[in-house]
Design a protein around this ligand. Sequence first.
Ligand code: C2O
Ligand code: CU
Length: 502
Amino acid sequence: MSAPLSDASTGGRLATAAGLTATLLLVAFLGWSWHTSRLPDSYSVMDMGVVDLGGGAPVDLAGHAAHGGTPAGGTSLVSLSGPRSGAPDVEVTVEARQGRFELASGEELDGYTLNGTSPGPELRARQGDLVQVTLRNVDVEDGTTLHWHGVDLPNAEDGVAGVTQDAVRPGDEHVYRFVAEDAGTYWYHSHQVSHEQVRRGLFGVLVVEPAKATGHDVDAVAAVHSYSGRRTVNGRTGISRLDAEPGDTVRLRVINTDNGRLRSWVTGGAYRVLAVDARDLNEPPPVEDEQLVLAGGARADLELVVPADGALRLDIGGGTALVVGPSGADVLEQPAPDADLDLLDYGSPAPLGLDATRFDRDFDYDIGRRPGFLDGKPGNWWTVNGKLLPDVPMYLVEEGDVVRMTIRNDSGDVHPMHLHGHHAVVLSRNGVEASGSPWWVDSLDVLDGETYEIAFVADNPGIWMDHCHNLDHAAEGLLAHLAYAGVTTPFRMGSETGNEPE
Ligand code: C2O
Ligand code: CU
């Protein structure tokens, strides 16, 4: 015998069924999200992302098979190399190793070295020199590469594993050849498992001196890096010294090789910012009582004048500093000034060399964050234009395009955005137009809540990364690509290929 079903119990069952359906749908959705987030074991950057024409003319999609183009055709970026023949003016071999090493100041660490040290050798070239660097991987297990950060060089020399070359396996070599066209301060670092290799030491400095000497008495580098929380300048913790005589003018090239912002300040005199990211500023005035803030990956060339009766001091925090002056002269540590130098209105305006009133393409680079799956892993991941990797933008351009990019950050964190192969000029921040010297960058901090408009000329064909230089963020998917119509790559990434650029 069966009891008649009461309305209440029918309602209850219906509710249970509805709940079950909702749960099943949710599980199905999560399963689908998980599944579609997984990256293939081997894939081409050409098949990645969402093609974005920036409102400009349609382009040749050769090689972008997944985007409705032909699978083949186009020009392989391998042909976009530096000069293959000719005797180099600067020729170096750097050997990459993994393991224990000593900082210049003596502390022992576990990480990566180039020619036995970290930072690796300081490379110096003169503008116009043909530079040849042979990277020999002695025993870096994951393989490695060298990327020339900030150098607008031919695409095939860019050193990005899985995009412009294969990672160099232990026992193998790779030769980079390029003409150092633009003077300035640069650095080089691995672009294979970079979030791990760079942090633990696989980087060095490249200075390209101008063809005509600048007339400074002293020209030196202050490369800042944190090794497991130890703040260093040129691989030294504590106070290091740079010898200079009273009255000397010093060009000090400050380089932020860390993921986070670098705050530094000068005690004992004023400083002028002669250049940022290897581009001279126009009529930079002296700065006092303001901190210099550099994005991850960014550089600034400071001019210091050694006082008649003492020395100057560059502090980077954590008690680590560089004293510039005659031996014996000392400067006491002063607290960091409260104010920051703002480059948006520093120096005097000058022609940009591009028409910033009309653009062939107008791109958005919106940075956000949301829960989801990244290559099958659940988490609260970065998004670009609302999407998670691999559905990030593939910004397509044609050679000669004048491009505007609007970078918006609503992700709750700061991101040092870095475009390979190009310099971009800052047009505005939060709607306020740049009013100082033209401010050209390759690494630009975009704080949470900020919007920057930048512009550049697409004058360097290739496939270029455009990513956050907090390398942990890049490894978490905060990246996109700038690709030129018709340029293809034969290289692939994914677990099966051994190429893992971030
Ligand atoms: Cu210095 Cu793609 O990086
Ligand atoms: Cu970031």
